[in-house]
Design a protein around this ligand. Structure first.
Ligand code: NAD
Length: 504
């Protein structure tokens, strides 16, 4: 009995889905209707303590469990996620609003990290060096840290928690998750499957809440590392508070991703990719291509870009043919609309206005249709702030160099893309642009989990990135052993060449 089949979201403590004893609850809404679909508790202090205590208690056995057994649990887990992918996706659409196809992508990209976690046996190898002096060798072990914690955002209810606890746990850590209070359901489902895959009680615990839960995680002395994904406001705060308390923190944060369109680009492809990457998921992706820089003659493509954006269908995420669903909340909708308004006031031209979109049967949903602001200048609010909605802001540049300068002057460094058919242009751009993830004719260059998610500058705080080799480094520490076994101490025994006769 956990959400969504129950009216309340449970806590997951010590292997049990339990009802919180809190008096403070937060409503969860279906963004397409704004109907309340469940309630999520703000866990009490003693419930949060119990969750960490459970992680702590489970750590010794879990970290001493053969790595092959942990790998087997994750092999079973990836299979269970595959079998339940459609169900989890439906739940995501229900609580988060994105289209079903997009929700499936959300689960799928998380699943890939779980699959990757299964290769831990090669990823976690230490290093060795023999004979550093006579009879002396050095070797290192990569060992888990202890209890680690994750704090997740609303926009990828499955993928982002799956960036966190599988990598941490396969390395031998136990884990405390705090999902976004707006979309906790997918994680509860994933926790149930994880238990079914054989994860021992207490290895994964889940608490719910907002600021108090976050502060609890930043301050608790038994938590060694924090993985955060979300806004800069929360991420910078968590990075500072957690670091001050001696924890490792990795924080993936906000973005303003530029797509640079060169006049030699494949027009058809580029316009489709721009439109898909700007408005897909209603722009609520940290890798959404929310900013276009049209270089030179490519500026003439603007009317066609607008035409394509107009053709996208706005609808509830579970409706057939929906290209984009609603925003997460009425507040998010209001914020997006006011940023559009500000853009117009500050001199941008509104070529497509999605603010008054009507969705039949879903009049109360948080819908905004595709919106395009052109003639945008770098000093405008709609350029400086992350909009996180289906709004594409369009700037112009005369040359590639000018475009590069613009991208590098923007404080964020999450993702970017260049559209061109010229290899030299692409290479120059990828080389000079100071952004962590670059797509060449690829609008949303999110790395597969054998690489790492490498946002930079204002989009990231910490030293070690999520998943891939970096993820293993984040969740482990090295122990170095220098040992001397003197040759003269070797036991010299005569080999027994006679057939052993037991009992002699
Ligand atoms: P958010 O920062 O509001 O919430 C993220 C988490 O932090 C939630 O669990 C929330 O409970 C907690 N939180 C919120 N405000 C807080 C505060 N003031 N102090 C302490 N904790 C707080 O983010 P969101 O709205 O859920 O997600 C959208 C943001 O996440 C966007 O900025 C987006 O770019 C970013 N994001 C980044 C990546 C990435 O990999 N770089 C991926 C997805 C989302």
């Amino acid at each position: 009995g956990f959400y969504p089949s129950s009216p309340t979201t449970k806590l997951f403590i010590d292997g049990k889905f339990i009802e919180s004893k809190t008096t403070e609850w937060i409503d969860i809404h279906n963004p397409a209707t704004n109907e309340v679909v469940s309630r999520v508790p703000k866990a009490t202090a003693s419930e949060m303590e119990a969750a960490v205590a459970s992680c702590k208690k489970a750590f010794w056995n879990w970290s001493e469990t053969s790595i092959l057994s942990r790998q087997q649990i994750f092999l079973r887990y990836q299979q269970l996620i595959k079998e339940n992918l459609k169900e989890i996706s439906k739940l995501i659409t229900f609580e988060q609003g994105k289209t079903l196809a997009d929700a499936e992508g959300d689960v799928f990209r998380g699943l890939q990290v779980v699959e990757h976690a299964c290769s831990v046996t090669s990823l976690i190898l230490g290093e060795t060096m023999p004979s550093i002096t006579k009879d002396m060798d050095t070797y290192t072990y990569r060992l888990p840290l202890g209890v680690c914690a994750g704090i997740a955002p609303f926009n990828f209810p499955a993928m982002i928690p799956l960036w966190m606890f599988p990598m941490a746990m396969v390395c031998g850590n136990t884990f405390l998750m705090k999902p976004s209070e707006r979309v906790p359901g997918a994680l509860m489902f994933l926790a149930k499957l994880f238990q079914d895959a054989g994860a021992p009680d207490g290895t994964l615990n889940i608490i719910h809440g907002q600021h108090e839960a976050v502060n609890f995680i930043c301050d608790h002395p038994d938590i060694r590392a924090i993985s955060f994904v979300g806004s800069n406001q929360a991420g910078e705060y968590i990075y500072e508070r957690g670091s001050r308390n001696g924890k490792r923190v990795q924080a993936n944060m906000g973005a303003k991703n530029h797509g640079v369109v060169m006049p030699d680009a494949n027009k058809e492809n580029t316009l489709n990719q721009l439109v898909g990457a700007a408005f897909g998921a209603a722009g609520q992706r940290c890798m959404a291509l929310s900013t276009a820089i049209l270089v030179g003659e490519a500026q003439k493509w603007l009317p066609e870009l607008v035409e394509r954006a107009k053709n996208l269908r706005v609808n509830a995420g579970d409706q057939p043919g929906a290209d984009l669903g609603p925003l997460i909340s009425p507040q998010a909708r209001e914020r997006v609309c006011s940023l559009i308004e500000k853009g117009v006031k500050e001199g941008a031209s509104l070529l497509l206005d999605g603010r008054n979109v009507k969705v039949k049967g879903y009049e109360n949903g948080n819908f905004v249709g595709p919106t395009i602001l052109a003639k945008v200048k770098p000093n405008m609010t709609c350029y400086k702030e992350e909009i996180f909605g289906p709004v594409l802001v369009v700037l112009e540049a005369d040359t590639l160099d000018e475009a590069i300068e613009m991208v590098n002057n923007n404080p964020y460094g999450n993702g970017t893309a260049i559209f061109t058919t010229n290899g030299a242009t692409a290479r120059k751009y990828s080389h000079l642009v100071d952004v962590g993830q670059v797509g060449v004719n690829v609008p949303i260059p999110v790395p597969l989990p054998m690489f790492s998610f490498t946002g930079s500058r204002a989009s990231f705080r910490g030293d070690t990135n999520f998943y891939g080799k970096q993820g293993v480094q984040f969740y482990t520490q090295l122990k170095t052993i220098i040992s001397q076994w003197k040759e003269e101490d070797a036991t010299i025994a005569k080999p027994a060449v006679v057939m052993p006769t037991m009992g002699n």
